[in-house]
Design a protein around this ligand. Structure first.
Ligand SMILES: [Zn+2]
Length: 269
């Protein structure tokens, strides 16, 4: 997961979304807002709704590679995901800043699960269970990392040197940052879904192969345009977090350290 390049919606789309939000906020109480927001979102979040078509297009521009999921970078993003779940935060069901683009395997287990960090620096799960009264969740900062706001690389580290390709919280972070990193890994099942570590390992091998190719072609005197094609191909490869981590952790892995010394310009890719 990487910090997202932010985009703004075209003005007419933003205005329609605001009107949708106002409609929800005009409801007399919280339970009515929850019910209306969910019903209206289901109605409007369709391929035939012009506003949501534009929202999906804009979210697609913010995704890595071939519209990869903003959480796992693996599957195609095809679901408009609410960072703050619609069951709990009806006032943000039609908020652009609350939208991400995710894949089904990330979105499905998440559902309306959500946790906040309270003033005592504790993680409190605020998801409403069946039969619970429909009341607003207690206030607090989000535990789940939000790639619109947070730089996930400030919290998470990919274990390349140990060859597990699992995400871990960066050792030594303050309590809240560690809680947030661990909650994000757990909620999105970033390590539990078997294909993900395998896909990251494969991405690592592919990035490394490209870098080796670049170094040998550069040494053999390849033209700038030929080298540029290689860089361009590398920058469009999947799992870009793996590449960012290869740069960041190069000193831990002698082979990478040598390659990045031979092609130090690769640190800017
Ligand atoms: Zn995903």
């Amino acid at each position: 997961m990487l910090r997202l390049p932010l985009r703004t919606l075209p003005p007419h789309v933003a205005a329609t979304l605001q009107a949708y939000e106002n409609e929800v906020l005009a409801e007399p109480d919280y339970p009515a807002r929850v019910a209306l927001a969910k019903q209206r979102f289901k109605q409007r979040n369709t391929a035939t709704n012009a506003t949501f078509r534009e929202i999906r297009n804009t979210l697609g521009e913010m995704c890595a590679g071939a519209r990869r999921c903003m959480y796992c970078e693996d599957s195609m993003a095809d679901e408009v995901e609410h960072h703050r779940p619609k069951d709990l935060y009806p006032g943000q069901v039609f908020s652009w800043n609350n939208y991400l683009y995710a894949c089904g395997p990330c979105n499905s287990p998440k559902q309306n699960k959500f946790a906040i960090i309270d003033a005592r620096q504790q993680r409190i799960d605020v998801a409403r269970k069946k039969g619970d009264p429909i009341v607003p969740p207690i206030p607090g900062a989000t535990a789940l990392l939000d790639p619109r706001v947070d730089d996930p690389l400030d919290f998470l580290m990919l274990d390349i040197a140990g060859n597990t390709f699992l995400f871990v919280a960066i050792p030594g972070l303050p309590v809240v940052e560690t809680l947030r990193a661990e909650y994000t890994i757990e909620l999105l099942k970033l390590n539990d879904r078997d294909p993900l570590p395998r896909a990251r390992r494969e991405a690592f091998h592919n990035y490394r192969a490209r870098l080796v190719e670049y170094v040998s072609k550069a040494e053999a005197g390849a033209s700038q345009s030929e080298l540029h094609l290689l860089v361009d191909a590398l920058q469009r490869m999947g799992h870009p977090t793996v590449w960012q981590e290869m740069k960041r952790q190069r000193t831990l892995i002698p082979e990478l350290n040598t390659l990045f010394t031979q092609a130090s310009q690769a640190l800017t890719w």
